[in-house]
Design a protein around this ligand. Structure first.
Ligand code: NDP
Length: 335
């Protein structure tokens, strides 16, 4: 029988790549979603080795108990579900509470309900290491040892983006605290991606406005001649590398108890535009030119991901390859 992996937030951009990779490696997968319609859609996309459970509310104690009891065959748990919206009505209710309490409660459910689960991987973020420094402080070194000191109050009282940064930072902190205090039967590790770009796992999902950061390349691809180019850039990693990192995070003994940063190179929308213009000459007429030289990242922090790279041992997909795959997929989906 194949090893069975549970993943929360199964319909998400990153989660679907993890599911596709797991199935291609012979694992079977149980995914949690918030509605039966989302589960049925995933079953159509991923076939009979994929099953789903509906868990409508993340932040309820014991929310995952029934789903876990239905699957005594599961031995690995990946927790990927978390609010990812930046524009919310209520920072606490919409972002902080589901992320932080949801993470604590799911760790507890797995410990109490599923003694056979031996490995737990949490999808964290580079933002639990730093946020503003990433773009503004070239002397800042972001590494696996650094923790973002953002507080709950800052997340509650500032912008929706601050709430997101605080939600990830405090959820990861709560997770390490839980594991250190309660000594569960599973080992625990985190994957801390920078900004995740790249194609959808399935072409069927590449239509319209895309969820999460998947929309970043798509929005540059959709620009027309007179549109302004956004200045907001960041650090890039391809979604397929993030999926690999999640799988290696439970497969490799040396990944246990570790934070694993996934990072490849820096980007901004102008650089994405330059790559599209270079590789898709047929789109040049429609796209703007912008300022092709506006691709300077000297104010960005240094990402020291040496330890993570040693653990993962994978060759990263470049921004250029990521943009090409994404645009090729957008063109296929459009046709
Ligand atoms: P998506 O928005 O595509 O996926 C988010 C998933 O979480 C969806 O399944 C969503 O369900 C679920 N979710 C959101 N809010 C809740 C909630 N309150 N209760 C239950 N489920 C919820 O985003 P990504 O794939 O990008 O994100 C996946 C994970 O990766 C998140 O933990 C995110 O913080 C993390 N991450 C993402 C990065 C990125 O650049 N994209 C970078 C670093 C970390 P539904 O569809 O029903 O809303």
């Amino acid at each position: 029988m194949s090893t069975s992996v549970f993943i929360s937030g199964a319909n998400g951009f990153i989660a679907q790549h993890i599911i596709a990779l797991l199935l291609s490696k012979g694992y079977s997968v149980v995914g949690s979603v918030r509605s039966p319609a989302k589960g049925e859609k995933l079953k159509e996309l991923y076939g009979s080795k994929f099953q789903y459970e509906v868990v409508p509310v993340l932040e309820k104690q014991g929310a995952f108990d029934d789903a876990l009891k239905n699957h005594p065959e599961v031995t690995i748990f990946l927790h990927s579900a978390s609010p990812a919206a930046i524009f919310v009505e209520d920072n606490e209710k919409d972002t902080l509470i589901p992320a932080i309490n949801g993470t604590k409660f799911v760790l507890e459910s797995v410990q109490k309900t599923s003694p056979q689960i031996k490995r737990f991987v949490y999808t964290s973020s580079i933002l639990t290491i730093a946020y503003r420094e990433l773009f503004s402080d070239p002397n800042f070194v972001a590494s696996e040892e650094v923790y973002n000191p953002i507080t709950y109050e800052e997340g509650k009282n500032n912008t929706g983006l601050d709430a997101y940064v605080a939600s990830k930072s405090l959820a990861e902190k709560a997770a390490w605290d839980y594991v250190n205090k309660n000594k569960p039967q599973y080992t625990f590790s985190t994957v801390n991606p920078v900004c995740v770009l790249g194609p959808q796992a399935k072409d069927e999902e590449a239509k319209g406005s895309l969820s999460s950061t998947a929309e970043i390349i798509n929005s540059v691809y959709k620009l027309t001649k007179d549109d302004k180019i956004s200045e907001i850039g960041g650090q890039f990693v391809d979604v397929r590398d993030v999926a690999k990192a999640h799988v290696l995070a439970f497969e490799k003994d040396e990944a246990q108890g570790k934070r694993i940063i996934t990072y490849t190179e820096n980007f901004n929308p102008q650089l994405i535009l330059n790559i599209i213009r270079k590789n898709f000459p047929e789109l040049r007429e429609r796209l703007p030119v912008g300022d092709p030289d506006n691709v300077n990242f000297s104010s960005y922090a240094k990402i020291d991901d040496k330890k993570s790279r040693e653990i993962l041992g994978i060759e990263s997909i470049s921004l250029e390859d990521s943009v090409i795959s994404t645009v090729e997929q957008a063109i296929r989906a459009q046709n």
